[in-house]
Design a protein around this ligand. Structure first.
Ligand SMILES: Cc1ncc(COP(=O)(O)O)c(C=O)c1O
Length: 412
Protein backbone atom coordinates (compact mmCIF):
# COMPACT_ATOMS: atom_id res chain seq x y z
CA UNK A 1 0.00 0.00 0.00
CA UNK A 2 1.40 3.42 -0.84
CA UNK A 3 1.71 5.98 1.95
CA UNK A 4 -0.81 8.31 0.30
CA UNK A 5 -3.51 5.61 0.49
CA UNK A 6 -3.35 5.45 4.32
CA UNK A 7 -5.15 8.66 5.18
CA UNK A 8 -8.79 9.11 4.25
CA UNK A 9 -9.46 12.70 3.19
CA UNK A 10 -12.99 11.96 2.01
CA UNK A 11 -14.83 12.71 5.29
CA UNK A 12 -13.12 16.13 5.41
CA UNK A 13 -14.29 17.38 2.03
CA UNK A 14 -16.85 20.20 2.20
CA UNK A 15 -20.11 19.95 0.28
CA UNK A 16 -20.25 21.47 -3.20
CA UNK A 17 -16.78 20.53 -4.45
CA UNK A 18 -16.55 19.76 -8.17
CA UNK A 19 -16.23 16.11 -9.17
CA UNK A 20 -12.66 14.82 -8.75
CA UNK A 21 -10.32 15.21 -11.72
CA UNK A 22 -9.30 12.18 -13.76
CA UNK A 23 -5.62 11.29 -13.83
CA UNK A 24 -3.65 12.55 -16.84
CA UNK A 25 -3.12 9.73 -19.29
CA UNK A 26 -1.30 11.62 -22.04
CA UNK A 27 -2.41 13.02 -25.37
CA UNK A 28 -3.98 10.75 -27.97
CA UNK A 29 -1.78 9.74 -30.92
CA UNK A 30 -3.95 11.93 -33.14
CA UNK A 31 -5.04 14.82 -30.96
CA UNK A 32 -7.65 17.21 -32.35
CA UNK A 33 -8.72 18.50 -28.93
CA UNK A 34 -8.15 21.57 -26.82
CA UNK A 35 -6.84 24.96 -27.79
CA UNK A 36 -3.30 23.78 -28.42
CA UNK A 37 -1.12 25.70 -30.83
CA UNK A 38 1.18 24.76 -33.72
CA UNK A 39 4.57 23.62 -32.30
CA UNK A 40 6.27 24.99 -35.43
CA UNK A 41 4.60 28.34 -34.80
CA UNK A 42 6.29 28.92 -31.45
CA UNK A 43 8.97 31.62 -31.90
CA UNK A 44 11.53 29.70 -29.85
CA UNK A 45 14.64 31.64 -30.93
CA UNK A 46 12.97 34.96 -30.31
CA UNK A 47 11.80 33.82 -26.88
CA UNK A 48 15.35 32.67 -26.00
CA UNK A 49 16.73 36.07 -26.97
CA UNK A 50 13.98 37.81 -25.02
CA UNK A 51 14.51 35.78 -21.86
CA UNK A 52 18.26 36.43 -21.93
CA UNK A 53 17.92 40.12 -22.55
CA UNK A 54 15.23 40.80 -19.99
CA UNK A 55 16.78 38.68 -17.25
CA UNK A 56 20.19 40.32 -17.72
CA UNK A 57 18.60 43.74 -17.54
CA UNK A 58 15.89 43.28 -14.92
CA UNK A 59 16.38 39.84 -13.35
CA UNK A 60 16.97 41.21 -9.86
CA UNK A 61 13.45 42.65 -9.86
CA UNK A 62 12.21 39.05 -9.41
CA UNK A 63 13.11 39.48 -5.72
CA UNK A 64 9.96 41.56 -5.26
CA UNK A 65 6.39 40.29 -5.67
CA UNK A 66 4.95 41.68 -8.91
CA UNK A 67 8.42 43.09 -9.70
CA UNK A 68 7.26 46.16 -7.77
CA UNK A 69 4.99 47.00 -10.72
CA UNK A 70 1.80 46.49 -8.68
CA UNK A 71 -0.91 43.86 -8.81
CA UNK A 72 -2.05 44.66 -12.38
CA UNK A 73 1.13 43.21 -13.89
CA UNK A 74 4.47 44.05 -15.52
CA UNK A 75 4.13 47.58 -16.82
CA UNK A 76 5.99 47.16 -20.16
CA UNK A 77 3.58 44.32 -21.05
CA UNK A 78 0.59 46.52 -20.26
CA UNK A 79 2.19 49.30 -22.32
CA UNK A 80 2.65 46.92 -25.25
CA UNK A 81 -1.01 45.90 -24.90
CA UNK A 82 -2.29 49.48 -24.93
CA UNK A 83 -0.53 50.02 -28.27
CA UNK A 84 -1.56 46.68 -29.72
CA UNK A 85 -5.19 47.05 -28.64
CA UNK A 86 -5.33 50.55 -30.13
CA UNK A 87 -3.79 49.43 -33.43
CA UNK A 88 -5.67 46.14 -33.90
CA UNK A 89 -8.93 46.47 -31.98
CA UNK A 90 -9.44 50.25 -31.80
CA UNK A 91 -9.41 50.17 -28.00
CA UNK A 92 -8.17 53.37 -26.38
CA UNK A 93 -7.07 52.46 -22.85
CA UNK A 94 -4.22 53.15 -20.48
CA UNK A 95 -2.03 50.53 -18.75
CA UNK A 96 -4.07 51.22 -15.60
CA UNK A 97 -7.17 49.79 -17.24
CA UNK A 98 -5.41 46.48 -17.95
CA UNK A 99 -5.01 43.56 -15.55
CA UNK A 100 -2.60 40.77 -16.50
CA UNK A 101 -3.98 37.38 -15.48
CA UNK A 102 -2.88 33.73 -15.52
CA UNK A 103 -4.46 32.89 -18.86
CA UNK A 104 -7.85 34.25 -19.87
CA UNK A 105 -9.37 31.36 -17.91
CA UNK A 106 -8.50 33.34 -14.81
CA UNK A 107 -10.21 36.30 -16.47
CA UNK A 108 -13.38 34.21 -16.83
CA UNK A 109 -13.18 33.29 -13.14
CA UNK A 110 -12.59 36.86 -11.98
CA UNK A 111 -15.44 38.29 -14.04
CA UNK A 112 -17.76 35.47 -12.99
CA UNK A 113 -16.93 35.71 -9.30
CA UNK A 114 -17.40 39.46 -9.39
CA UNK A 115 -20.79 39.38 -11.08
CA UNK A 116 -22.50 36.02 -10.65
CA UNK A 117 -24.44 34.28 -7.91
CA UNK A 118 -26.20 30.91 -7.93
CA UNK A 119 -29.51 31.18 -9.80
CA UNK A 120 -28.41 34.08 -12.03
CA UNK A 121 -28.97 34.06 -15.78
CA UNK A 122 -26.48 34.94 -18.52
CA UNK A 123 -26.93 35.03 -22.29
CA UNK A 124 -24.31 33.19 -24.28
CA UNK A 125 -23.78 32.08 -27.87
CA UNK A 126 -25.62 28.76 -28.25
CA UNK A 127 -22.37 27.13 -29.36
CA UNK A 128 -19.64 28.37 -27.09
CA UNK A 129 -16.39 27.67 -25.30
CA UNK A 130 -16.66 24.57 -23.14
CA UNK A 131 -14.55 26.22 -20.42
CA UNK A 132 -17.05 29.08 -20.18
CA UNK A 133 -20.09 26.75 -20.19
CA UNK A 134 -18.59 24.45 -17.57
CA UNK A 135 -17.82 27.36 -15.25
CA UNK A 136 -21.41 28.60 -15.47
CA UNK A 137 -22.80 25.15 -14.70
CA UNK A 138 -20.50 24.82 -11.72
CA UNK A 139 -21.65 28.21 -10.41
CA UNK A 140 -25.30 27.19 -10.72
CA UNK A 141 -25.90 29.91 -13.32
CA UNK A 142 -28.54 29.52 -16.01
CA UNK A 143 -26.77 29.88 -19.40
CA UNK A 144 -29.33 30.74 -22.07
CA UNK A 145 -28.08 29.95 -25.59
CA UNK A 146 -28.61 32.50 -28.36
CA UNK A 147 -28.46 30.88 -31.83
CA UNK A 148 -25.69 31.73 -34.28
CA UNK A 149 -25.50 31.95 -38.03
CA UNK A 150 -22.44 32.32 -40.24
CA UNK A 151 -22.03 35.93 -38.99
CA UNK A 152 -22.06 34.96 -35.31
CA UNK A 153 -24.71 35.66 -32.67
CA UNK A 154 -28.10 36.48 -34.21
CA UNK A 155 -29.26 39.88 -33.05
CA UNK A 156 -32.95 39.12 -33.66
CA UNK A 157 -32.63 36.16 -31.29
CA UNK A 158 -30.73 38.25 -28.74
CA UNK A 159 -33.39 40.97 -28.88
CA UNK A 160 -36.21 38.51 -28.30
CA UNK A 161 -34.35 36.73 -25.47
CA UNK A 162 -33.77 40.07 -23.73
CA UNK A 163 -37.41 41.10 -24.21
CA UNK A 164 -38.61 37.70 -23.00
CA UNK A 165 -36.46 37.83 -19.87
CA UNK A 166 -37.61 41.37 -19.15
CA UNK A 167 -41.24 40.26 -19.35
CA UNK A 168 -40.42 37.60 -16.78
CA UNK A 169 -38.67 40.13 -14.52
CA UNK A 170 -35.19 38.66 -15.13
CA UNK A 171 -32.19 40.85 -15.91
CA UNK A 172 -29.37 38.67 -17.26
CA UNK A 173 -26.03 39.45 -15.65
CA UNK A 174 -24.13 39.66 -18.92
CA UNK A 175 -24.07 38.76 -22.60
CA UNK A 176 -20.99 36.59 -23.17
CA UNK A 177 -19.66 36.63 -26.70
CA UNK A 178 -16.58 35.47 -28.61
CA UNK A 179 -17.13 37.87 -31.50
CA UNK A 180 -13.85 37.64 -33.38
CA UNK A 181 -13.30 34.07 -34.58
CA UNK A 182 -16.02 32.44 -32.53
CA UNK A 183 -15.23 29.24 -30.66
CA UNK A 184 -16.23 26.72 -31.98
CA UNK A 185 -17.85 28.02 -35.20
CA UNK A 186 -15.09 30.37 -36.46
CA UNK A 187 -17.39 33.26 -37.45
CA UNK A 188 -16.63 36.96 -37.09
CA UNK A 189 -19.41 39.24 -35.84
CA UNK A 190 -19.71 42.11 -38.34
CA UNK A 191 -19.47 45.70 -37.13
CA UNK A 192 -23.20 46.34 -37.68
CA UNK A 193 -24.10 43.46 -35.35
CA UNK A 194 -21.63 44.75 -32.78
CA UNK A 195 -23.45 48.12 -32.85
CA UNK A 196 -26.77 46.34 -32.55
CA UNK A 197 -25.53 44.33 -29.57
CA UNK A 198 -24.34 47.52 -27.86
CA UNK A 199 -27.73 49.14 -28.43
CA UNK A 200 -29.51 46.16 -26.89
CA UNK A 201 -27.02 46.06 -24.02
CA UNK A 202 -27.75 49.69 -23.22
CA UNK A 203 -31.51 49.36 -23.73
CA UNK A 204 -31.78 46.46 -21.29
CA UNK A 205 -28.97 47.44 -18.91
CA UNK A 206 -27.06 44.20 -19.49
CA UNK A 207 -23.26 44.44 -19.85
CA UNK A 208 -21.31 42.66 -22.57
CA UNK A 209 -18.50 40.26 -21.72
CA UNK A 210 -16.28 40.19 -24.82
CA UNK A 211 -13.83 37.29 -25.07
CA UNK A 212 -11.41 38.14 -27.87
CA UNK A 213 -8.83 35.41 -27.38
CA UNK A 214 -8.67 34.39 -31.09
CA UNK A 215 -8.75 37.93 -32.47
CA UNK A 216 -5.12 37.85 -33.65
CA UNK A 217 -5.69 34.75 -35.78
CA UNK A 218 -7.84 36.18 -38.57
CA UNK A 219 -6.75 34.94 -42.02
CA UNK A 220 -7.30 38.32 -43.68
CA UNK A 221 -5.39 40.13 -40.93
CA UNK A 222 -8.35 42.52 -40.66
CA UNK A 223 -10.96 42.50 -37.95
CA UNK A 224 -13.84 44.76 -36.92
CA UNK A 225 -13.24 47.05 -33.94
CA UNK A 226 -13.68 45.42 -30.55
CA UNK A 227 -17.11 45.88 -28.98
CA UNK A 228 -15.24 47.48 -26.07
CA UNK A 229 -13.85 50.08 -28.47
CA UNK A 230 -17.28 50.85 -29.94
CA UNK A 231 -19.02 51.21 -26.57
CA UNK A 232 -20.03 54.67 -25.47
CA UNK A 233 -21.62 53.57 -22.22
CA UNK A 234 -18.70 51.69 -20.64
CA UNK A 235 -20.68 48.50 -20.06
CA UNK A 236 -18.20 46.15 -21.71
CA UNK A 237 -15.53 43.93 -20.18
CA UNK A 238 -12.89 42.82 -22.68
CA UNK A 239 -10.56 39.87 -22.20
CA UNK A 240 -7.73 38.54 -24.34
CA UNK A 241 -4.85 36.12 -24.26
CA UNK A 242 -1.35 35.39 -25.49
CA UNK A 243 -2.23 31.69 -25.63
CA UNK A 244 -3.32 31.71 -29.25
CA UNK A 245 -0.91 34.30 -30.65
CA UNK A 246 2.24 33.12 -28.83
CA UNK A 247 1.86 30.02 -26.61
CA UNK A 248 -0.82 28.61 -24.31
CA UNK A 249 1.62 27.07 -21.83
CA UNK A 250 2.86 30.54 -20.85
CA UNK A 251 -0.52 31.17 -19.16
CA UNK A 252 -0.76 34.90 -19.79
CA UNK A 253 -4.01 36.68 -20.52
CA UNK A 254 -5.46 40.10 -19.75
CA UNK A 255 -8.61 42.00 -18.84
CA UNK A 256 -9.54 45.50 -19.96
CA UNK A 257 -12.24 46.92 -17.74
CA UNK A 258 -13.41 50.11 -16.09
CA UNK A 259 -12.09 50.71 -12.57
CA UNK A 260 -15.46 49.89 -10.99
CA UNK A 261 -15.00 46.29 -12.24
CA UNK A 262 -11.20 46.28 -12.09
CA UNK A 263 -11.10 47.18 -8.40
CA UNK A 264 -13.49 44.33 -7.58
CA UNK A 265 -11.56 41.79 -9.66
CA UNK A 266 -8.26 42.88 -8.10
CA UNK A 267 -9.75 42.18 -4.69
CA UNK A 268 -10.56 38.64 -5.87
CA UNK A 269 -7.17 37.93 -7.49
CA UNK A 270 -5.49 36.41 -4.48
CA UNK A 271 -2.46 34.76 -6.09
CA UNK A 272 -0.06 37.66 -5.39
CA UNK A 273 0.30 38.29 -9.12
CA UNK A 274 0.61 36.15 -12.24
CA UNK A 275 4.00 34.65 -13.12
CA UNK A 276 6.37 37.56 -13.72
CA UNK A 277 8.97 35.84 -15.90
CA UNK A 278 6.38 35.02 -18.57
CA UNK A 279 5.19 38.61 -18.55
CA UNK A 280 8.74 39.95 -18.89
CA UNK A 281 9.57 37.60 -21.75
CA UNK A 282 6.34 38.41 -23.58
CA UNK A 283 6.87 42.15 -23.31
CA UNK A 284 10.47 41.82 -24.50
CA UNK A 285 9.52 39.58 -27.43
CA UNK A 286 6.25 41.17 -28.48
CA UNK A 287 7.24 44.82 -28.63
CA UNK A 288 9.61 44.28 -31.59
CA UNK A 289 8.31 41.00 -33.07
CA UNK A 290 4.55 40.56 -32.60
CA UNK A 291 3.50 42.09 -35.90
CA UNK A 292 5.86 39.90 -37.94
CA UNK A 293 5.29 36.77 -35.89
CA UNK A 294 1.48 36.65 -36.18
CA UNK A 295 1.15 36.56 -40.01
CA UNK A 296 3.77 33.78 -40.10
CA UNK A 297 1.76 31.82 -37.53
CA UNK A 298 -1.58 32.30 -39.31
CA UNK A 299 -0.09 31.25 -42.68
CA UNK A 300 0.91 27.93 -41.11
CA UNK A 301 -2.50 27.55 -39.44
CA UNK A 302 -4.33 28.32 -42.69
CA UNK A 303 -2.33 25.59 -44.46
CA UNK A 304 -3.27 23.08 -41.77
CA UNK A 305 -6.92 24.04 -42.05
CA UNK A 306 -6.73 23.32 -45.79
CA UNK A 307 -5.21 19.91 -45.07
CA UNK A 308 -7.98 19.13 -42.58
CA UNK A 309 -10.79 20.19 -44.91
CA UNK A 310 -9.25 18.15 -47.75
CA UNK A 311 -8.85 15.11 -45.52
CA UNK A 312 -12.45 15.34 -44.31
CA UNK A 313 -13.78 15.66 -47.84
CA UNK A 314 -11.66 12.75 -48.97
CA UNK A 315 -12.52 10.47 -46.06
CA UNK A 316 -16.12 11.46 -45.28
CA UNK A 317 -17.27 12.74 -48.68
CA UNK A 318 -20.43 14.80 -48.30
CA UNK A 319 -21.16 13.25 -44.89
CA UNK A 320 -18.98 15.87 -43.18
CA UNK A 321 -20.38 19.38 -43.55
CA UNK A 322 -18.50 22.46 -42.45
CA UNK A 323 -18.05 26.12 -43.16
CA UNK A 324 -14.43 27.29 -43.43
CA UNK A 325 -13.67 29.40 -40.35
CA UNK A 326 -12.42 32.97 -40.85
CA UNK A 327 -9.37 32.28 -38.68
CA UNK A 328 -8.38 30.48 -35.52
CA UNK A 329 -7.50 26.88 -34.80
CA UNK A 330 -10.82 24.99 -34.95
CA UNK A 331 -13.18 23.48 -37.49
CA UNK A 332 -16.80 22.85 -36.42
CA UNK A 333 -18.12 19.85 -38.29
CA UNK A 334 -21.64 18.46 -38.79
CA UNK A 335 -22.02 14.71 -39.37
CA UNK A 336 -25.29 12.97 -40.31
CA UNK A 337 -28.01 13.04 -37.63
CA UNK A 338 -27.54 9.42 -36.60
CA UNK A 339 -23.98 10.08 -35.40
CA UNK A 340 -23.75 10.69 -31.66
CA UNK A 341 -20.41 12.45 -31.22
CA UNK A 342 -20.25 11.64 -27.50
CA UNK A 343 -20.22 7.95 -28.47
CA UNK A 344 -17.91 8.64 -31.42
CA UNK A 345 -15.53 10.37 -29.00
CA UNK A 346 -15.23 7.21 -26.88
CA UNK A 347 -14.76 4.87 -29.83
CA UNK A 348 -12.29 7.20 -31.56
CA UNK A 349 -10.24 7.63 -28.39
CA UNK A 350 -9.87 3.86 -28.12
CA UNK A 351 -8.44 3.99 -31.67
CA UNK A 352 -6.00 6.80 -30.80
CA UNK A 353 -7.96 9.83 -32.04
CA UNK A 354 -9.30 12.51 -29.72
CA UNK A 355 -12.05 14.91 -30.78
CA UNK A 356 -14.25 17.40 -28.94
CA UNK A 357 -17.86 16.16 -29.04
CA UNK A 358 -20.42 18.87 -29.90
CA UNK A 359 -22.65 18.62 -26.80
CA UNK A 360 -19.80 19.88 -24.61
CA UNK A 361 -19.68 23.07 -26.73
CA UNK A 362 -23.35 23.96 -26.84
CA UNK A 363 -26.35 24.78 -24.69
CA UNK A 364 -28.53 22.76 -27.10
CA UNK A 365 -28.00 19.04 -26.74
CA UNK A 366 -30.06 17.91 -29.73
CA UNK A 367 -28.57 20.48 -32.14
CA UNK A 368 -25.02 19.57 -31.17
CA UNK A 369 -25.24 15.78 -30.84
CA UNK A 370 -24.03 15.11 -34.38
CA UNK A 371 -21.46 17.93 -34.36
CA UNK A 372 -17.82 17.96 -33.29
CA UNK A 373 -14.94 20.37 -33.00
CA UNK A 374 -11.51 19.60 -34.43
CA UNK A 375 -8.38 21.58 -33.50
CA UNK A 376 -6.07 21.62 -36.53
CA UNK A 377 -3.22 23.65 -35.01
CA UNK A 378 -1.37 21.06 -33.00
CA UNK A 379 -1.24 17.89 -35.19
CA UNK A 380 1.19 17.85 -38.13
CA UNK A 381 -0.15 17.73 -41.71
CA UNK A 382 0.52 13.98 -41.81
CA UNK A 383 -1.14 13.44 -38.43
CA UNK A 384 -4.18 15.37 -39.66
CA UNK A 385 -4.47 13.12 -42.73
CA UNK A 386 -3.87 9.89 -40.81
CA UNK A 387 -6.04 10.90 -37.85
CA UNK A 388 -9.01 11.81 -40.06
CA UNK A 389 -8.66 8.47 -41.89
CA UNK A 390 -8.81 6.60 -38.55
CA UNK A 391 -11.75 8.75 -37.42
CA UNK A 392 -13.65 7.91 -40.62
CA UNK A 393 -12.94 4.19 -40.14
CA UNK A 394 -14.26 4.31 -36.56
CA UNK A 395 -17.30 6.39 -37.53
CA UNK A 396 -18.15 3.96 -40.33
CA UNK A 397 -17.85 0.98 -38.01
CA UNK A 398 -19.98 2.59 -35.28
CA UNK A 399 -22.56 4.54 -37.30
CA UNK A 400 -22.27 3.44 -40.94
CA UNK A 401 -20.98 6.92 -41.81
CA UNK A 402 -19.39 7.51 -44.26
CA UNK A 403 -21.13 4.73 -46.15
CA UNK A 404 -17.95 3.63 -47.90
CA UNK A 405 -14.32 3.94 -46.95
CA UNK A 406 -12.12 6.32 -48.95
CA UNK A 407 -9.91 3.30 -49.72
CA UNK A 408 -12.77 1.71 -51.61
CA UNK A 409 -14.38 4.65 -53.33
CA UNK A 410 -12.86 8.12 -53.55
CA UNK A 411 -15.22 11.05 -53.91
CA UNK A 412 -15.33 12.40 -57.46
C1 LIG B 1 -13.01 31.40 -26.00
C2 LIG B 1 -11.90 31.08 -25.05
N1 LIG B 1 -11.72 31.86 -23.97
C3 LIG B 1 -10.73 31.62 -23.11
C4 LIG B 1 -9.86 30.55 -23.28
C5 LIG B 1 -8.81 30.31 -22.27
O1 LIG B 1 -7.54 30.53 -22.78
P1 LIG B 1 -6.27 30.86 -21.92
O2 LIG B 1 -6.60 30.67 -20.47
O3 LIG B 1 -5.22 29.93 -22.38
O4 LIG B 1 -5.96 32.31 -22.21
C6 LIG B 1 -10.00 29.72 -24.39
C7 LIG B 1 -9.09 28.57 -24.60
O5 LIG B 1 -9.15 27.82 -25.52
C8 LIG B 1 -11.06 29.99 -25.30
O6 LIG B 1 -11.27 29.23 -26.36
Amino acid sequence: MSISAQFDFAPLLPAGLPAPAARWTGLAKYSFVGGNNDPDGIPVDGLIEAVNAVLKREGKALATYNLAHGPQGYRPLREFLTQKLKRDAGIACTPDEILIVSGSLQALDLVNHTLLARGDTVLIEQESYEGALKRLTRLGVNAVGIPLDSDGMRMDALASALADHKRRGITPKYIYTIPTVQNPTGSILPEARRSEMLKLSQQYGVPIFEDDCYADLVWSGERPPAIYAMSKHGGVIHIGSFSKSIAPALRVGFIVAPWAMMSRMLALKTDAGSGALEQMVLAEFCAPHFTTHVPRLTRGLGAKLDTLMEALSEQFGTAAEFEAPKGGIFLWVKLPDNVDTLKLYQAALAAGVSINPGPEWSTDRSYSTSRLRLCFASPSHQEIRDGVAVLAEVCRREFGVPARSANVEKRA
